[in-house]
Design a protein around this ligand. Structure first.
Ligand SMILES: [Fe+2]
Length: 370
């Protein structure tokens, strides 16, 4: 991972002024989403000494065309830095603007070779979920298709974690983003790409999510502060490992039924884990033993004495958190859902899931929600 500085602070104005001065920044492109107008520290974020221009013409599932517009604004205003303030989408748009800002605009940016450039990128996340402020990934849509843009250079040079940015986040969004971090820390833990560093991030993230869930949902300073740090750890974990089957299965629930990203992954997670737990003997005894150990470690971090108890905990938590927010899915869509799962992402999963297995899992999910 490139050298990123993560700064936990509420002294944002001072920090930004210092950063801009150190990097001799002339003009900043401020990329922010619609929630920006409600942020409590908004005025402080705007009162920096360096001139800036705002770009906010994108939606929650940002299009390639939105990014192209952002690149135009960046170039026309002769900017040399980008500050992203927002959820995962705002940060992803800012990452792509940075990456594309020095590329040839006579060809599709998506098809050109990605290279590092000198544009300074800073992120202030206003949700505690995606961890995008510390990952090399960005998701945009081109021609109705999801595009995963991945490059080391789009990891922001600075991630500023300011808990005040979370106070005005609606409760449902707080829950959905928190469970995204929850899934990311668990999926990263069992990913085939995991190493000791990523597992340490996963463990820290999951343990902080559990310990601060109540305070975070009560919107306290400490709860919000610690959940931001937890989500950042989960982001650092998936930056190394990528996500696995629960995330892979979740994307179609989002595009087909509008289920928010984190919640969609959290719906799939216990079904995927239960399947793997019940079929662990399909692996060689060595791999099975290793996976069983990882499952036990995750269960212990969830304060459960067994994997079965951990599964029960997640199923119950799902009901408890979202009992008022109904999701409707259609059993006739099971084939479509199973066929949509990205095979590359499934390869990060510690156990192979066949198309028939995916169909069975979706079938169980859809039935339990209808
Ligand atoms: Fe996610």
């Amino acid at each position: 991972m490139s050298k990123q500085q993560v700064i936990v602070s509420t002294e944002i104005k001072q920090k930004l002024n210092e950063i801009y001065e150190n990097h001799q920044i002339r003009k900043v492109l401020l990329v922010c989403d619609t929630a920006f107008q409600y942020l409590i520290p908004r005025e402080e974020y705007l009162s920096i000494d360096t001139p800036y221009v705002v770009f906010n013409e994108f939606t929650s599932n940002p299009l390639y065309e939105d990014v192209v517009k952002g690149v135009k604004v960046f170039r026309e205003n002769d900017c040399d830095a980008i500050l992203a303030i927002g959820g995962g989408s705002a940060i992803d748009v800012a990452k792509c603007i940075k990456l594309y800002s020095k590329m040839d605009d006579n060809a599709l940016y998506l098809e050109q070779e990605y290279k590092d450039n000198e544009v300074l990128l800073i992120a202030i996340p206003t949700t505690s979920g995606t961890g995008s402020e510390s990952t090399r990934y960005a998701v945009i849509y081109y021609d109705n298709k999801k595009q995963s843009v991945t490059h080391e250079s789009i990891i922001p040079a600075y991630a500023l974690l300011d808990y005040r940015a979370l106070f005005t986040l609606p409760e449902y969004q707080k829950k959905c983003t928190m469970v995204d971090a929850f899934c990311q820390s668990i999926e990263s833990w069992w990913s085939v790409n995991a190493n000791s560093e990523s597992r340490e991030y996963s463990r820290k993230a999951l343990s902080m999510i559990l310990d601060n869930m109540k305070a975070y949902l009560e919107n306290t300073e400490e709860g919000n502060r610690n959940m931001l740090i937890a989500a950042n750890y989960a982001g650092k974990a998936i930056n190394i490992t990528q996500t696995t089957a629960a995330h892979a299965m979740s994307y179609k629930l989002t595009s087909q039924y509008g289920v928010p990203h984190g919640r969609a992954a959290f719906i799939c997670l216990p079904y995927v884990w239960k399947y793997m737990w019940e079929h662990i003997d399909m692996l060689s005894s060595e791999l099975g033993k290793k996976l069983e150990e990882l499952f036990q470690q995750i269960a212990q971090t969830l304060y459960c004495s067994s994997v079965s108890e951990a599964l029960e905990y997640i199923f119950t938590l799902n009901k408890k958190l979202f009992e008022k927010d109904k999701v409707t899915m259609n059993i006739e869509d099971v084939g479509l859902l199973a066929g949509s799962v990205n095979a590359t992402r499934l390869k990060n999963n510690p156990m192979v899931l066949s198309e028939k297995t995916l169909q069975d899992l979706y079938s169980n999910i859809v039935q339990s929600y209808n």
